[in-house]
Design a protein around this ligand. Structure first.
Ligand code: ADP
Ligand code: MG
Ligand code: MG
Length: 909
């Protein structure tokens, strides 16, 4: 809101709530924007009849106008503050600046969002040399009076005048020594008086200015300091990082002081309406008898648990319970509160929605539904999808993390914690895990498809290179392995089985490492972990409610029966993507696959393909059984063939080796053997070289491969239907769906579909059984999206491969981009989101919309899914819901998250 639109009212008393609300037609958000979070809640609590020390809030508009006007008070602001002080005087019967019965106030900042870097609170404003003297005599509490005065001078000198607090603390330490006092609480009035004199000298030498003796001057300077802190470096940096707008401004809260340090019938503390760690419905917090403000959090005195107050001051405890209950009912959320007890009278000083762990969030949401505080819809909307993730993975024990620092950091690509010994080699990782039962962390520069066995055997994965969609990241997420990738500080020396971190640290294979995939951190230690549980009753409840609300289906990307079973346990309603290539990388299969690729005659090739058939069949059978009754989409082979072959570089090295050996052989027999080997390797190398592509992702892959080697897709379809028929014969309800990847022209689909359907029919006839089935395609090339109407005449379902669709729409290769210019684009905010994390709504989303509209126009029961990595991303799920997608498919571990996000998308509608 700009100056012209403001009402000129800059100051609201705490009992002006209705007036503030009226200005925004009852919109709480408006009040919060005007008065800041702290102020709005204090006005609100006052109206609820909760005892809040009288006060007033100077608006965020005042702050903005002050800053806009070059740091001068806008017209009317100071007069309004003075009026408000006068109101506080008549409410409290005290007088600001008078020695007789002085009104003292605190000055507290409070923006719309709480943020570090804003000015710290100043307590006890209104004291000076004369007033403190009289206060000391009148109250017969000289120690109290001089203590609160030195606090004022200390806080004011620090936060308004910029003297570093250590200087003040040094004075206090010296005084303790002088007075032979063990703690601050042992210092008497005289000691505090002496300390205050020295504080003032320090302020004078440090700033060249005097501590203002005039209470009104104190108030004015404190108010200005809060305004200015909005533009302090820390505050600006924080807003940059948190994406908070810079024009919101902060409010200033001026509030009558109440004293928890006036004797043993006084106390101060903080508490939550429920346990913030577990969510249990009972008060949780700390307090101190005879203490003021920050003493509780400062950690200088040992605080008492709030439960103790029940014995110490039972009435006060009961009143806290009532207040907590009232505020929870009002805010319909768990509250985090500050209180002070002054001579047996309880005051509330702050309330806000409490921060809590994922576990607590989930439990509180469910409990509050039970208590009638919120609806089931609200409970589902309230739990953040990321919080669900917490239940799926072990976490490093938070206690253990208190005493240790991370040695390196990278990208947090797969959540959870893992602890184990380092293996730099996938075979070694597998051996240690399988044979020696060790927990292993696989550490690699990067991973490739033939490292997957090592990744599967490991507890967690670290790579020094690669981005969020690197092979390591994708595979780790797929299998729920905690992973940190792109840890640039690590330099791996594979030859010597060690890694360097920075200049001095050398870590060897076999040493222990702990990784935190949630935050992308690596610890050089064997840390304990804690395992939350997906079977948590509260979480199951939230997810069950989510299922009632969502309209979007959730399937899983799963390649193995184990995966499928897990997906199902997590609530998947079918498999949206089974990538058949993963099956070919297994040790006993790769040679057959290679023989198929390098075959020199059609017969040889046909033999190899036939060799793969039974293996594929048993894979599929496992999947169908695990997914009984639900659809299973199987994608025919997609990647370029060279991925199944060794690299040309390796082959050449081996050949050189063999040739060298030849020169040293004497026995003819041996020579023959080596010659044979050389011949075979040379042949393989030739094949590798013919298959080499400079841009394999845009090359001979997907349906293009199917067109080139028709027997391969036919074999896969045969395997699928043989498996399906076997299951069906056993009485299982199976729904195979055959998916053809990388189609760009309907002609590709037409020429594939006929022969493949024929195979399916034939197999079903052989078994004398029909299984429900579909033949569809992936939409992952813009041309396919743009010609979706034509394609849908042949395809019975679409599944958006949003990873490739993003690559091909943007024309960028994600692996190259993620470490290079894409990072730059994200850092400079040219792009708001990484398009490989959240679907780009304007580009990729628009293509999807066209494909959905035109596809459905030509086939009205066209089934539409999304099977890219985006299928598990809440933002993308919202978009998919809007676009009219039927289901999303994601890795098994994201299934519960997707269920929740889909429900939230439906509820937001
Ligand atoms: P923060 O946002 O850092 O919690 P606060 O403004 O809430 O800062 O205050 C710091 C401490 O001072 C808290 O313990 C608070 O309860 C106490 N406090 C603030 N104003 C008063 C007051 N008027 N009377 C007594 N204590 C106060
Ligand atoms: Mg506070
Ligand atoms: Mg693809």
């Amino acid at each position: 809101m700009t100056t012209q639109e403001t009402s000129g009212k800059y100051v609201y008393l705490f009992n002006d709530f209705d007036e503030a609300m009226a200005r925004f037609d009852g919109e709480w958000d408006g009040v919060r924007g005007l008065l800041g979070g702290k102020g709005a809640n204090l006005l609100d609590a006052t109206r609820l009849g909760i005892p809040v020390p009288p006060g007033f809030t100077v608006t965020t508009e005042a702050c903005n106008d002050y800053l806009d006007a070059g740091e001068t008070f806008p017209e009317g602001l100071w007069e309004q503050s003075l009026q408000a002080i006068a109101s506080l005087e008549s409410m409290t019967g005290k007088k600001f600046g008078s020695a007789e019965n002085p009104l003292l106030v605190s000055c507290r900042s409070g923006a719309r969002f709480s943020m570090p870097g804003m000015m710290d609170t100043i307590l006890n404003i209104g004291l000076n040399d004369e007033i403190v003297e009289i206060l000391a005599t009148r109250t017969h509490r000289p120690r109290f009076a001089y203590d609160i005065y030195r606090r004022l001078v200390q806080m004011f000198g620090g936060v308004v005048m910029g003297v570093p607090d250590e200087v003040f603390e040094a004075v206090i330490t010296a005084q303790r020594r002088e007075s032979k006092a063990r703690a601050d609480s042992d210092l008497d009035a005289g000691a505090w008086k002496a300390v205050t004199v020295r504080f003032k000298e320090i302020i004078r030498t440090y700033t060249g200015k005097e501590f203002p003796n005039d209470p009104y001057e104190q108030l004015k300077q404190a108010t200005e300091a809060v305004f200015k802190s909005w533009n302090g470096k820390r505050a600006i940096d924080y807003r940059e990082a948190a994406g908070i707008e810079h024009n919101l401004g902060t409010a200033v809260n001026i509030q009558t002081m109440v004293f928890g340090n006036i004797g043993d019938d006084s106390a101060t503390g903080v508490f939550m309406s429920r346990n913030a760690t577990t969510g249990e419905p009972q008060l949780e917090g700390d307090y101190l008898i005879n203490a003021q403000g920050e003493d509780v959090v400062a950690g200088t005195r040992t605080t008492l648990r709030i439960g103790q107050l029940k014995d110490d001051m039972p009435e006060m405890f009961e009143e806290l319970e009532q207040i907590a209950h009232l505020l929870e009912e009002h805010h319909r959320n768990m509250q985090d509160m500050e209180f002070t007890i002054e001579q047996g009278k309880l005051w509330l000083l702050q309330t806000r929605d409490g921060k809590r762990t994922a576990q607590a969030e989930v439990r509180i949401a469910v409990d509050m539904v039970g208590e009638g505080l919120i609806s089931r819809e609200e409970a589902v909307a309230r739990v953040h999808p990321d919080q669900v993730d917490f239940f799926l993975h072990p976490q490093l024990d938070p206690e253990a993390l208190l005493d240790i620092k991370a040695i390196a950091s990278g990208l947090n690509v797969s959540p959870g914690a893992a602890v184990g010994v380092i293996a730099f080699d996938p075979d070694l990782a597998e051996r240690w895990a399988r044979e020696e039962g060790k927990d292993v962390i696989l550490v690699r520069p990067e991973t490739r498809p033939d490292d997957v066995h090592g990744m599967l055997a490991a507890k967690g994965v670290v790579t020094s290179k690669g981005g969020r969609t690197s092979h390591a990241a994708l595979v780790a997420r797929q299998f729920g392995k905690p992973a940190v990738v792109g840890v640039e500080e690590i330099e791996i020396d594979l030859d010597n089985h060690l890694m360097h971190i920075g200049e001095d640290l050398v870590i060897e294979e076999g040493e222990s490492l702990s990784i935190d995939g949630n935050h992308g951190l690596i610890y050089y230690a064997d840390l304990p972990t804690v395992v939350p549980d997906i079977q948590n009753a509260y979480l199951l409840k939230i997810l069950a409610w989510a299922d009632e609300f969502r309209t979007l289906g959730v399937r899983a990307n799963a390649d193995y029966p184990d995966d499928a079973q897990r997906a199902r346990d997590y609530g998947a309603e079918g498999i949206g993507l089974c990538r058949t290539e993963h099956m070919f990388f297994a040790e006993e299969r790769l040679p057959i696959m290679q023989r198929m690729i390098t075959a020199s005659s059609p017969t040889e090739r046909a033999e190899a393909i036939a060799g793969l058939l039974p293996m594929q069949r048993s894979d599929f059978e496992g999947l169908f059984r695990a997914m009984e009754g639900q659809p299973v989409i199987i994608r025919l082979l997609d990647p370029p063939l060279h991925e199944f072959l060794p690299s040309a570089h390796d082959l050449m090295l081996e050949l050189t080796d063999l040739k060298l050996r030849m020169q040293h052989l004497s026995s003819l027999k041996e020579m023959d053997n080596v010659l044979e080997e050389i011949e075979a390797k040379t042949k393989l190398l030739e094949r590798v070289e013919t298959l080499a592509e400079s841009n394999p992702m845009l090359g001979t892959r997907g349906v293009r491969l199917g067109m080139l080697i028709p027997g391969l897709y036919k074999m896969q379809v045969r395997a699928i239907f043989e498996a399906a028929c076997r299951c069906a014969v056993d009485g299982l309800d199976v729904h195979p769906e055959v998916m053809i990847p990388l189609v760009s022209h309907v002609g590709e689909l037409e020429s594939m579909n006929g022969p493949l359907k024929e195979v399916a029919e034939k197999v079903m006839a052989e078994h004398g059984i029909e299984v429900p089935q579909m033949f569809g395609t992936m939409i992952e090339i813009p041309r396919a999206a743009l010609t979706a109407g034509e394609i849908a005449q042949t395809a019975e379902f679409f599944s958006f491969g949003t990873n490739d669709l993003t690559q091909t729409t943007y024309g960028i290769s994600r692996d190259d981009a993620e470490t290079g210019f894409l990072v730059h684009y994200l850092q400079t905010r040219l792009l708001k989101d990484n398009p490989f994390t959240s679907i780009d709504p304007e580009g990729v989303g628009r293509l999807m919309q066209i494909a959905i509209d035109e596809g459905k126009a030509s086939r009205d029961n066209l089934e539409i899914g999304v099977c890219g990595e985006h299928g598990g991303d809440p933002k993308s799920i919202h978009l998919c819901h809007k676009l009219g997608v039927d289901y999303v498919s994601c890795s098994p571990f994201r299934v519960p998250i997707a269920r929740l996000a889909a429900a939230q998308a439906a509820l937001a509608d």
